[in-house]
Ligand binder design. Structure first.
Ligand code: HEM
Length: 484
């Protein structure tokens, strides 16, 4: 008996030390950073700043270094997440740690005064805006904008058929007009469109890595405005935008209940937003909505010009359900699974944000034996995830069929089948209205138009303008004609 007791105690002690030894080893191991390319002293992997398609480089590094890759540029740590599992574990499961956004003096401070919630760190301001955005953009709320979406889709088709050469401009005009109409009401959409388009154009340009000296020398931003003409200009522009956005929302017709602005203002008791915050929230939603959807729709036109068989199959589906005498509506959507699949495939095939919208790690974290330090910029490689050959065979091919029998969702994709809308608590606030806008425009165009290549030089898949964080088709030649 005594011997048994002694052996038990001994084995207990042994397991205790074993556990301590292994945990201390893990703790010691976890002070090492994730593997990655070495880079130059001080400069780090500075060449990345000039890469036009950094997602391709990240995907190469995935093969060499694995799912989580770390590198430095000018001493700043960048962590790339190359797989669904890593993105899900960190950005969804540990979202509190990864809900930050990297500080951008130029865009989130100088140009938008900390009032654009997609650009700010998580905190009370972000939570208030995120919640308010959800109330005007959740799946039930967006049903009230569907009539407006249908009208805009018909107008877009008419414009395309009148002057197909200017398809790119028509797509931009129509989607900005749609989002400004949904944002501020139909009577205000013209004036709003002009301001909003101008505003986001400046932001998109400033977001191109390397477009401003403050990217490299943040201390420049602290120089007084009289020494720095560009800072003076930016601040003056910010004041002008601020005034314009407050003016736009105060003109929204209260009581009509058909726009995001009126819904937000009428709900002021619960969303706790002052007029200036509400003005910026609506401006931000209209700006992102118009810019992003009008960048995605050309991907659809490109795919149709490149894959005529898919176009024919989609048109046959629409003809069977809708017929020739009327345009498609949202009432038809459940009967148009192939069109829904085209929407998913357009977003998967060529995600316009192939490296998402970077996050910031808010406190030291440990993952798979490595430390991810507070302050690291965390970048999901959406491009690589959407091209995971195990989930999407022939991933470079445009094949909507893959979404028809897609039985299981993808880790972290929240029912979308792809991760182009991002992850976790900061997943795209506008994904449902974006799906609606893409669906109705794609259905209307296919119902009324044929899309084909022009001339004898075959169109390639490589017609994209790449800006380091965004990729979208330029104005490639394509013919849009009326279906007979
Ligand atoms: C058309 C396709 C769209 C794509 C592919 C897209 C993609 C994304 C991505 C990747 C993010 C970052 C998510 C993350 O950090 O994990 C994001 C955030 C966001 N998107 Fe979209 N988006 C689209 C349309 C829209 C539309 C139509 C709106 C508004 C009407 C919108 C509003 C926003 C907002 C407000 C955020 C910031 C969320 C936050 O920081 O909490 N997006 N989107």
């Amino acid at each position: 008996m005594a011997l048994r007791l002694y052996l038990c105690a001994l084995s207990g002690l042994a397991s205790f030390f074993l556990v301590r030894w292994t945990t201390s080893r893990t703790a010691r191991k976890s002070t090492t950073s994730p593997p990655g390319p070495p880079g130059l002293p001080f400069l780090g992997v500075v060449s990345l700043l000039w890469e036009r398609k950094p997602w391709l480089r990240f995907t190469e590094w995935k093969e060499v270094h694995g799912p989580v890759v770390q590198l430095k540029i000018f001493g700043k740590t960048i962590v790339i997440l190359n797989t669904h599992e890593a993105a899900f574990d960190l950005l969804c499961r540990r979202s509190r740690t990864y809900n930050g956004r990297p500080r951008s003096i130029l865009i989130s401070e100088m140009m938008t005064g900390g009032l654009a919630f997609p650009l700010v760190d998580s905190g009370p301001f972000w939570k208030r805006h995120r919640r308010a955005a959800q109330t005007v953009l959740h799946p039930r709320a967006i049903k009230q904008y569907q009539g407006n979406q249908e009208r805009h889709s018909v107008q877009l088709v008419q414009a395309l058929l009148q002057n197909a050469d200017a398809w790119s401009e028509h797509v931009k005009d129509s989607l900005y007009s749609l989002f400004c109409s949904v944002g501020y009401g139909d009577t205000n959409k013209g004036r709003a469109s002009e301001h909003i388009r101008n505003f986001i154009g400046r932001i998109v340009y400033a977001a191109i890595p390397g477009s401003s000296m403050t990217d490299f020398l943040p201390s420049l931003a602290h120089l007084p405005s009289w020494l720095l003409p560009s800072k003076r200009r930016r601040l003056a522009q910010f004041r002008a935008d601020d005034e314009a956005f407050v003016g736009l929302i105060s003109d929204a017709p209260i009581g009509s209940g058909d726009s995001m602005a009126t819904n937000l203002l009428e709900d002021r008791g619960t969303n706790d937003m002052g007029p200036r915050e509400a003005a910026w929230l609506i401006a931000v939603l209209c700006a992102i909505g118009g810019e992003v959807t009008s960048s995605v729709l050309p991907v659809f036109l490109l795919a149709m010009a490149l894959y005529p068989d898919i176009q024919l199959r989609a048109q046959a589906e629409i003809d069977g359900v809708v017929g020739k005498d009327r345009f498609p509506t949202f009432q038809d959507s459940n009967k148009l699974p192939y069109i829904q699949a085209i929407v998913c495939e357009v977003l998967r095939w060529r995600p316009i944000g192939p490296i998402g919208f970077p996050r910031c790690c808010l406190q030291d974290d440990y993952y798979q034996g490595h430390i991810i330090s507070a302050g690291s910029i965390v970048v999901p490689n959406i491009w690589a995830m959407n091209r995971d050959a195990g989930i999407y065979p022939d991933s470079d091919e445009f094949r909507p069929e893959r979404f028809l029998d897609f039985k299981h969702d993808v880790l972290g994709a929240q029912g979308q089948g792809h991760v182009s809308y991002g992850f976790g608590d900061r997943i795209c606030s506008g994904m449902h209205i974006a799906n609606d806008a893409l669906f109705i425009n794609i259905a209307a165009i296919l119902h009324a138009c044929d899309i084909s290549q022009i001339g004898s030089t075959p169109l390639t898949k490589d017609v994209f303008d790449d800006f380091g964080i965004v990729t979208r088709p330029g104005t490639f030649p394509c013919r849009v004609t009326a279906r007979v």
